[in-house]
Design a protein around this ligand. Structure first.
Ligand SMILES: Nc1ncnc2c1ncn2[C@@H]1O[C@H](COP(=O)(O)OP(=O)(O)OP(=O)(O)O)[C@@H](O)[C@H]1O
Length: 295
């Protein structure tokens, strides 16, 4: 399948331009949509999920016009929104059975089998009788994936799923997501660079409603080779370095400020060459729009 987004724009009634001429091409596999808070990720996800209108532009899932044929799109869609409410007193098993019924799985024994397979898939079988209100953040997210998988969706959208998960739960969630990508388009919206480097074969960086970069994580990192340099400085010197260099990240460690700069060639002045990573790609792109130095 192919998801083709062409020149999509959206301005909210308060004047915020959430999407500005966004164009992206997605194929089967995991696609990371990376951007800071307020970048426009959720606006894009909600538009693809047919939950809100765009002002202009088009989205096609193969030949299907997403912005017009909403009912057909919803039959192919699995959506895990950023915030989703659960009925606290109902068990995961009963809730999944109910959602499966709503999604048209009428036969009771078929539903039972489906729910058991889903619970097993997201590793919640042993907790299936517990009420959803007692679930941890990670368990809720895994339940969210289970409900999104009902009906064998061809397009799965997960909006910032790992925010707030502890490392073990995040790993469990990564493992679950990485099994999904092969025959479906999975769009993972996140502000966590590690989510993309761990899971995604393709990604885009979005900031202030615009796509700043689209490509493969490995290639993006390769393009940075020989251009990232690091130096430990005192905190007071930062503004001086910011005047002369593109400082893309700062990290305070044992009283020293470790800065990373983007520079076409060795800047000298005590800088050391550094091995680039996806965070460098991310910060060097968004540094053109927002202040990335947070001390
Ligand atoms: N319904 C709305 N009405 C007005 N402005 C909105 C609405 N929804 C979002 N915005 C604004 O649009 C911009 C993009 O928001 P959006 O939620 O799409 O970004 P995001 O990348 O998902 O951010 P976050 O990671 O914080 O969820 C922000 O400036 C936000 O305040």
């Amino acid at each position: 399948m192919q998801l083709t987004i062409n020149s999509l724009s959206k301005t909210y009634s308060n004047g915020v331009k959430a999407l500005k001429d966004v164009s992206l091409n997605l194929s089967n596999g995991m696609f990371g949509l990376l951007g800071p808070n307020g970048a426009g990720k959720s606006s894009l996800m909600r538009t693809i999920a047919t939950l809100q209108e765009a002002d202009s532009g088009s989205i096609f899932l193969d030949d299907l016009n997403v912005l017009q044929d909403k009912t057909k799109v919803r039959q192919l869609l699995g959506y895990l929104p950023q915030e989703f409410g659960v009925y606290p007193k109902i068990s995961a098993e009963r809730m999944l059975d109910h959602i499966a019924q709503l999604k048209g799985v009428g036969n009771k024994s078929e539903r039972k089998e489906l729910v058991a397979a889903l619970l097993d898939n997201v590793n919640l079988s042993k907790d299936k009788k517990k009420s959803l209100g007692t679930y941890s953040g990670g368990m809720k997210q895994r339940f969210g994936i289970a409900q999104a998988l009902i009906g064998n969706p061809k397009l799965i959208i997960v909006d910032e799923p790992t925010a707030g998960l502890d490392p073990a739960e995040r790993n469990r969630f990564y493992n679950l997501l990485s099994q999904l990508g092969e025959n479906t388009i999975v769009i993972l919206s996140t502000h966590i660079v590690e989510d993309v480097s761990t899971l995604c074969s393709n990604f885009a960086i979005i900031c202030q409603g615009e796509v700043l970069y689209a490509g493969q994580p490995d290639n993006a990192v390769k393009e940075m080779e020989g251009k990232i340099f690091t130096k430990a400085i005192s905190k007071q010197e930062l503004s001086f370095y910011q005047d002369d260099f593109t400082v893309i990240s700062t990290q305070l460690k044992t009283g020293k400020l470790h800065i990373r700069v983007l520079h076409e060639s060795d800047p000298g002045k005590g800088f050391l060459p550094a091995t680039p990573n996806l965070e460098d790609v991310y910060f060097s792109n968004i540094a053109t729009r927002v202040d990335v130095n947070t001390i």
